[in-house]
Ligand binder design. Sequence first.
Ligand SMILES: *Cc1c(COP(=O)(O)O)cnc(C)c1O
Length: 402
Amino acid sequence: MTKNFEQAKIDTKSVWAGEKDYLVHGATQVPVIPSVAFGYDDMDEWYDVAIGKKKGHIYGRNTNPTVQAFEDKLKILEGAEAVTSFSTGMAAISNTLYTFLVPGDRIVSIKDTYGGTNKIFTEFLPRMGVEVELCETGSHEAIAEAVQKGCKILYLETPTNPTVKITDIEKMAKVGKDLGALVIVDNTFATPINQNPLQLGVDLVIHSATKFLGGHADALGGVVCGKDPELIEKIYHYREINGATMDPWAAYLILRGMKTLHLRIERQASNAMKLANYLQTEEMVEAVFYPGLETHPNHDIAKKQMRGFGGMLSFAVKGGVDTVRELLPKLQFAHRAANLGAVETTVGPARTTSHVECTPEERAAMGIPEGLIRVSCGIEDGEDIISDFKQAFASLRTAVRS
Ligand SMILES: *Cc1c(COP(=O)(O)O)cnc(C)c1O
């Protein structure tokens, strides 16, 4: 029976979409197919598959059925026409940029992109003779001005890592498209549950599947989704030759994780909202960053373009790094690790996680205080998370007093 997902809600899509073509022997779950090569008895059929005339698989660096099931699910969740996947989120980002940029090109982006992305902008692209202009994150005027000077790519990320700044996707997509730029959005923090940039006019949407899509911190992956199959075909071609292919075992784990994506995102967002509200009342906290807070400078834009505000928040503590060093080890229900989007709450200072590649001066220039703590809310009970932070702050205050 073919299932029609056009009308289904996103929760139903998370569970069912993209899997039916890959179920064999009556299995109800997509199998892991770790085969490096796929054999043919019929030489003509082999040839037709090899030249893309007929559907099928030839060699694991190019395509694989388990990996394709993952791509198909994401295609439906993002409302894309075509999707290609990668070994990691950074592979998705770098392969996409290197597919389109050649010496002499110009790219416009924002200062607060993910640390690895920022390194591509500041270290690798200039070395290739590509001009990079990084604008103040959240300043729509600055971005529009930079785009108007001409650029091949406008690259955005919203919400950003780690201070969850918001850019108006629809507005900036229009600015970029009007001037003929390719508009790309890193949608890792929002996930397709909360935000679909393709529906807001952008050309390409990128995810680190390692994070919320997989959701269990046990597999690396990346993906690019687009409305125009020709764009995706070009990126796929770059990837099949350069080799940053997603592993079938990773694809299986991420697919399995994605069946509960909607449930996890709902709980993570409600926990993040509760924790943000509590942190605002905590005397040792200087500032709380969460798009769901009315005090967030772009709360209105977030409300307009997101269905939920996500599980990511950050806050700055009084006393900087010294406080961070004392506070984080006191938490009971949190991994102190450089990851996000998992079912367990995960905390880390920006200086050792998202922006470890940057110098303190670079972080200061991006508005990232050294006392900034990033929290990826897990799916635990919200009250337990708050109690945990409360006891950690309380024991810190006791230590300070004695
Ligand atoms: C983690 C992350 C990436 C990179 O993904 P990897 O899978 O670690 O390579 C890119 N963008 C954002 C926003 C991220 O959080």
